[in-house]
Design a protein around this ligand. Structure first.
Ligand code: DQA
Length: 164
């Protein structure tokens, strides 16, 4: 423990095989590469990362419960449970901190069963199709929401720039 605030990054089933799993779809980055990317980004922003992966639905629920008490926000790639799990959705619905749903691939260009997300309706935002960078963007967004005074682009600023 470093005393820095934490952002939880939670991963669901089969993501432990990233890099070897259907690389044409999911790319060659491993989950450890993604963890390192998240840690590097978080460190730059003054946060710790609590990075987890599980292949089990109930364990993913447990990870959400732990993050709910400890983290300033949750980045979650629930993988296949995105499309099936009321339990994961109900766990996320109890979280008051921001929740960003992430998918490496653009699920909307894939099979119809992947177009349905049980968790999108309880998420703050959804990133799909950005590859590993989606995790980085999600970590940055949680830090920005946690630091409303920190410099980052706001819609109001864009609006002002346009009208000045
Ligand atoms: C995934 C997309 C899901 O449909 C799939 O079941 C996964 C990975 C993605 O990151 O693109 O396992 O969440």
């Amino acid at each position: 423990m470093t005393g820095r605030p934490a952002i939880a990054v939670l991963n669901g089933p089969n993501l432990n095989l990233l890099g070897r799993r259907e690389p044409a779809l999911y790319g060659t980055a491993t989950l450890t590469d993604i963890e390192n990317l998240c840690r590097r980004t978080a460190t730059e922003l003054g946060y710790d990362i609590d990075f987890r992966q599980t292949n089990h639905e109930g364990t993913l629920v447990d990870h959400i419960h732990e993050a709910r008490d400890l983290a300033r926000g949750i980045v979650i790639n629930a993988a296949a449970y995105t499309h099936t799990s009321v339990a994961v959705r109900d766990a996320l619905a109890t979280v008051t901190a921001p929740v960003i749903e992430v998918h490496l691939t653009n699920v909307h260009t894939r099979e119809p069963f992947r177009h349905v997300s049980y968790i999108a309706a309880v998420a703050t935002g959804v990133l799909a199709g950005f590859g590993p960078a989606g995790y980085e963007y999600a970590v940055r967004h949680i830090a920005a929401l946690d630091n409303p005074a920190a410099p980052h682009t706001r819609i109001e600023e864009l609006h002002d720039a346009h009208h000045n």
